[in-house]
Structure formats: structure tokens, C-alpha cells
Design a protein around this ligand. Structure first.
Ligand code: HEM
Ligand SMILES: Nc1nc2c(c(=O)[nH]1)N[C@H]1C(S)=C(S)[C@@H](COP(=O)(O)O)O[C@H]1N2
Ligand SMILES: [Mo]
Length: 394
């Protein structure tokens, strides 16, 4: 049995290392563009290996009691319980993320939070664990000194190793602890901050600024609830009145191109909607102000031969598309303001698409052109393996 457990430990170590690395690669917003060709494969591999780790865990369950009993020292027992709880939390939250369409939004939000939190807490622990088990480090260590007390019973003196661990532990709590949590906060930061600070970093310079409607300022939805992650597969573009324009063309009767001055004069509407990324995070109750896509389609006169609507980002790379029926849904909006403020560049401003009932990879940032076409168009992420069916849970 001992041999079995040992090999189990080795497998587990590799599995967790792989899941941690692939998970962090999937998380890092700065790698989205670079990794986009392999993102879906990496995700499937992460899930596949994740499910394998769950199977390994289930196979191990029958030995759990014996294993626990064989670990007499409290420290070792705590270690065992810790690693098992980590694996259980990763497994359950990972399964929820895998089947997110089948579970509630709250379950997904909580799972993503736990999945991330335990990854970032687990990372230094596992690094420490694997480094201290390297042969070289083991050799440097003084052998455990065991001595016997007067009465012949083994007494456990403070070994050199125990002493080092105690000092390290104290140092951690006193000196490194606070900076560890600072670090933890920092690595868990995905770029999305409060709207105010994102606005302070706005690269765009559009004038005049749009005047928000009363329903937008103060925001009808009371201010959005949650946190956006700033996602982009390119550099974040920078717009001014001179390099920005907005075009609706293709299979239409009257193609139009707006400059900013005319664009801000278009009649806008306010709506409160939720925002869901397919990787599991959501932002609720965003008060968007903009022009319903429907209005643009009416204005330009869609030809009967047109079947799809293609959206172009001003980053020159990102596109997506909707069928005409989807494009005519009431809440599909060419948004200009969020929570009463001009959408800042990080969040896709000055103008972005909003498709509340679909995953946000449809919500093209830096929207500059809408084209009516007659053949299906696969968007940036669909080409790289994302589902054409982007409906958020029904
Ligand atoms: C050692 C165990 C694991 C670690 C360290 C780990 C780590 C991660 C990390 C850091 C992310 C990125 C989350 C984010 O974008 O905020 C992630 C995503 C994910 N993980 Fe895991 N994970 C583990 C196990 C599992 C398991 C067991 C499953 C499923 C059976 C799973 C399924 C997923 C899914 C579905 C995603 C979302 C991927 C995406 O859409 O970007 N994970 N994981
Ligand atoms: N131009 C462009 N639009 C984009 C993306 C992108 O990378 N480039 N990412 C999409 C994805 S996957 C999501 S979840 C949302 C993220 O919006 P945010 O960066 O405002 O949070 O933008 C969508 N629109
Ligand atoms: Mo997304």
C-alpha cells in the first residue's frame, strides 16, 4: 500500500503542477492575444487533466483512513488535510466552471473566486514543497536528531529542522505575511478596477463628451456590481476625433459614416443589463446608454439579401457577427456610456457593442464598423474554437 501511495503522490504532484501552470496561463489577461491560437486546446487539456485528478482522488479515497492514521505527527496530518482540501475545492469549483451553463450564476461566480484564490495561495506552498523536496536541498539538511529522555521514552527535541521551520514560520507571519497578502491581491488583480480609476487612464480624447440622459446619471441601475477584467488581444487603441469614425455599410440602401460630432447627436436610450464572460466572471446591473442596434438597421435600410451583421473593432483585428434576428433583439446596443460616463478605452470606448443575452466575446470593443453580409462570418474567437452558440444560460 505504501508503494501505491508513493506513486500516487508523484502523479498528484505532476497533475497539480500542470493544472496550476495551465490555469495561470488561462488566467493572465496579458497573454490573451499571444495564446489565442491555443487557448481552447489549453482549456480542454486543463479540464481533461482536471477530471483525471478527480479520478485519482476518488481512487485514493479507500486508503484515506489508513494514510491519515499512518501520519502520526500533527504537522504531517495538517499537511495532508490541507492538500486534500485544496484538491477538493479545485475539483468542485472546476466542475462548476466546466458546466457553467447548467448551474446558477452565483455558483459560477463563487467557484471562479475560489478556483483563483486557492491557486494563488497554493502556488507558493507548492513551490516551497517541491523545492524542499529536491535532493540537493535534502542533502544540505542536518539529519533529524532523535534522542531519548531519562526514562527511556523517546523525547522529541527541537531538531535543527524544526528550529528552522519555527523561525521561518515566525518570520513569515511577522514580515512576509502582510506582503504576501499584498502580493496575493496584486496577482489576483486582473486589470479591472473601479470605473473612476479606469476613466483616469482613458487613452481616448473625444470631444465634445456626450451629455448623459437623466436615467443614466445617476445610473438607473445604481452603479454596476462586480468587476470587469480588461481583455484585449491587441494593444489598446487610442482614439481622437481625427482617427475615429463609425460606419454602417454592406448590403444596405443608405450606407452611413459618422464623425464623432454627429455621432453624439444620435438619439440614445438607457438600459440596465448584465455582462457575462464565458470564463466565468460576471458584472451585474451595468447602466448602458447608447443607440439600439435595431435603430441603425432601420436607418440604413437592410437589403433583403442581407442575412448577417458583422462587427469590426477599431483594433483592426477583432470581429464578430450576429444573425439578423439576433441583431434585432431589443437589448443589443451600440453603447456609448456606462454608468453615466463615456466608456473609457480599457472597457472598449468610445463605443462598444453590448449583447446582454450572449457571452461577452460578442461585445466587440472599440466598435467602428457594422457591415451587413449574406454569408456567416466566424468571429475572432470562433475561428479559434469558441462556440458559435454564445447564449448565456437560459
Ligand atoms: C490543481 C488544481 C487546479 C488548479 C491549480 C487550477 C487553476 C485554474 C486557474 C488559475 C484558472 C484560471 C481562472 C481564471 O481565469 O480566473 C482555471 C480555470 C479553469 N479551470 Fe482550473 N484548476 C485546477 C483544477 C481544475 C479542475 C479539476 C477542473 C475541472 C474538472 C478545472 C476547470 C477549469 C475551468 C473550466 C476553467 C475556466 C477556463 C477558462 O474558461 O478560461 N480546473 N483553473
Ligand atoms: N476588440 C475586442 N473586443 C473584445 C475582446 C477583445 O479581446 N478585443 N474581448 C471580448 C471578451 S472575451 C470579453 S469577456 C469582453 C471583455 O470586456 P472588458 O474588457 O470591457 O471587460 O470584451 C470582448 N470584446
Ligand atoms: Mo470573455
Amino acid at each position: 500500500m505504501w508503494k501505491k501511495l508513493k506513486s500516487l503522490h508523484t502523479y498528484n504532484g505532476w497533475i497539480i503542477t500542470f493544472l496550476m501552470i495551465s490555469g495561470i496561463l488561462l488566467f493572465l489577461p496579458s497573454l490573451r492575444g499571444f495564446l489565442s491560437p491555443v487557448r481552447v486546446g489549453l482549456k480542454q487539456l486543463h479540464i481533461g487533466v482536471g477530471i483525471a485528478s478527480i479520478i485519482v482522488l476518488l481512487l485514493y479515497l479507500p486508503y484515506l483512513k489508513k494514510h491519515f492514521k499512518s501520519r502520526k505527527q500533527t504537522g504531517k496530518r495538517i499537511n495532508l488535510i490541507t492538500i486534500l482540501s485544496f484538491i477538493v475545492i479545485w475539483s468542485i469549483s472546476g466542475l462548476v466552471l466546466t458546466f457553467e451553463k447548467l448551474v446558477s450564476e452565483t455558483a459560477v461566480t463563487v467557484s471562479l473566486f475560489l478556483h483563483d484564490l486557492f491557486t494563488w495561495i497554493g502556488l507558493p506552498i507548492i513551490l516551497y514543497h517541491s523545492i524542499t523536496r529536491l535532493r540537493w536541498v535534502q542533502k544540505q539538511r542536518a539529519p533529524l536528531v532523535k534522542s531519548e529522555g531519562e526514562d527511556g521514552k523517546p523525547k522529541i527535541p527541537l531538531s535543527r529542522r524544526g528550529f528552522i521551520q519555527m523561525v521561518a514560520g515566525t518570520a513569515f507571519v511577522v514580515f512576509i505575511g502582510p506582503s504576501f497578502f499584498k502580493w496575493l491581491k496584486q496577482v489576483m488583480d486582473d486589470g479591472g478596477q473601479s470605473l473612476k480609476s479606469v476613466i483616469a487612464n482613458d487613452r481616448n480624447q473625444m470631444s465634445p463628451p456626450p451629455t448623459p440622459l437623466p436615467a443614466s446619471s445617476p445610473p438607473q441601475g445604481g452603479g454596476y456590481d462586480g468587476k470587469f477584467r480588461v481583455y484585449t488581444v491587441t494593444e489598446i487603441p487610442k482614439f481622437t476625433n481625427d482617427n475615429w469614425s463609425f460606419t454602417v455599410d454592406g448590403m444596405v440602401d443608405h450606407p452611413v459614416t459618422y464623425r464623432w460630432d454627429d455621432f453624439v447627436k444620435l438619439k440614445r436610450k438607457v438600459q440596465v443589463s448584465d455582462f457575462h464572460c464565458v470564463t466565468g466572471w460576471s458584472v451585474r446591473k451595468v447602466t448602458y446608454e447608447g443607440i439600439p442596434l435595431k435603430k441603425f438597421l432601420e436607418k440604413v435600410g437592410v437589403k433583403s439579401s442581407a442575412k448577417y451583421v458583422k462587427f469590426y473593432s477599431g483594433d483592426g483585428v477583432y470581429t464578430d457577427a450576429l444573425s439578423l434576428d439576433q441583431a434585432r433583439m431589443d437589448d443589443v446596443m451600440v453603447a456609448v456610456l456606462m454608468d453615466g460616463e463615456l466608456i473609457p478605452s480599457d472597457y472598449g470606448g468610445p463605443v462598444r457593442l453590448i449583447v446582454p443575452r450572449m457571452y461577452a466575446y460578442k461585445a466587440v470593443k472599440w466598435l467602428v464598423r457594422i457591415e451587413l453580409i449574406d454569408t456567416p462570418h466566424l468571429g475572432y474567437w470562433q475561428v479559434r474554437g469558441y462556440d458559435t452558440d454564445a447564449w448565456v444560460r437560459k
